[in-house]
Design a protein around this ligand. Structure first.
Ligand code: GLY
Length: 362
């Protein structure tokens, strides 16, 4: 088992990565103060088999465990589901000292984190991600959110967890599509911040694709270390943390234009990274090879690097609801692998040209 600290002054916490972390959570979790109840917000699809082990571990810490089941995927991140959870907490007499536990993918983590950050002005949350996206990215760093029909993650808070439990054993049974989605976020770290990680994936993706437990643990730990350092340096997304949004501007727009029921988050981000690479090349910021290399590594990880796009007019409209909008859309682009920059002043004409080059109708 590996432990990575997210060193935020006054609120530092550990991310524990390994096989069997959920069942041994009782001895891993920090002091939970006067918590008497643990409200486990759980994706219905992962309750079996993961609720049992973590439930027992929490009970061993003398907590009364209350499971609260929510739908899988982005369907959980609505104001309706959020409101239902608040009512459930209130009707079960959840108190300020109690804790919320997020058990499931990144979507459950975002939702449960938002509930925890707002119920009674904030209760503690433990993140227990069971997907690759959750373990390498979403569960760490305290971003919480629900979606609006107008845009992804438009409502949310920063609410750092008390602890993050990444049980890599859960990755063994993750559906292929979810696993590949997580690999898009892994590729993002490699492309934007960690050339060595990217080169390793390019050289030999086989152990990761075969879900070799040691390879997965090493991969998750490497990504968690990058995330922890990034969040510690820029908790509020004002500088370096923006780089973690590489590929997400188009990615979020695609998810939203498909009403959060089309491409998965990772699939949309994969296309978004190809788009960002092509935009960087079109602007003369990056060498031609960046776009090809991006598409190649994504394909080797089982992700699509192209495919049908909505009309560019709709995409440009969706960009205006991006959280990085600041008098115009700001894009994270790469000068080269591992050299991200935030670029302002990209014109609609430039964006339209790249989108049309990728096959988007007008
Ligand atoms: N997933 C991007 C971030 O946490 O900033």
């Amino acid at each position: 088992m590996d432990r990575v600290t997210v060193p935020i002054p006054g609120r530092s916490y550990d991310v524990t990565v390994g096989a069997g972390v959920l069942e041994t959570a009782g001895s891993i979790l920090p002091d939970l103060g006067r918590a008497a109840q643990a409200f486990v917000v759980v994706d219905g699809a992962v309750a079996d088999p993961w609720l049992g082990p973590i439930g027992e571990a929490l009970e061993a810490r003398s907590l009364h465990v209350v499971p609260l089941t929510v739908p899988s995927g982005e369907a959980a991140k609505t104001m309706d589901v959020y409101g239902t959870l608040l009512h459930q907490l209130a009707s079960q007499e959840a108190h300020r000292d109690d804790v919320v536990v997020a058990l499931g993918g990144g979507t459950v983590g975002d939702l449960a984190g938002f509930v925890a950050s707002t119920y009674m002005r904030g209760v503690g949350v433990v993140q227990a991600p069971t997907t690759l996206i959750g373990q390498v990215d979403a569960a760490i760093g305290g971003k919480t959110a629900v979606n609006l029909p107008e845009g992804k993650n438009l409502i949310g808070t920063f609410h750092q967890p008390l602890a993050v439990l990444c049980d890599v054993g859960a990755l063994a049974t993750l559906p292929d599509r979810d696993f590949r989605s997580g690999l898009a976020e892994v590729a993002k770290y490699g492309l934007a911040l960690d050339p060595e990680l990217l080169e390793g994936l390019e050289r030999d993706p086989a152990p990761v694709l075969a879900r070799d437990p040691a390879a997965l643990e090493a991969l998750v730990v490497r990504c968690v270390r990058i995330k922890a350092a990034t969040v510690a340096a820029d908790e509020r997304d004002a500088a370096g943390r923006l780089f973690l949004n590489y590929g997400h501007t188009l990615g979020h727009a695609l998810e939203r234009l498909d009403a959060f029921a089309g491409r998965s988050h990772g699939e949309a981000v994969a296309i978004g990274m190809v788009f960002a690479a092509r935009l960087a090349v079109a602007r003369g910021l990056a060498a031609e090879d960046l776009a090809q290399r991006t598409a190649r590594v994504l394909r080797s990880l089982g992700l699509e690097s192209d495919g049908p796009l909505p009309p560019s007019h709709d995409i440009l409209t969706a960009f205006r609801m991006d959280k990085k909008f600041h008098g115009g859309v700001r894009f994270v682009l790469l000068r080269a692998v591992g050299e991200p920059v935030v670029v302002e002043g990209v014109t609609e004409g430039e964006l339209r040209a790249v989108l049309q080059d990728m096959g988007a109708p007008t």
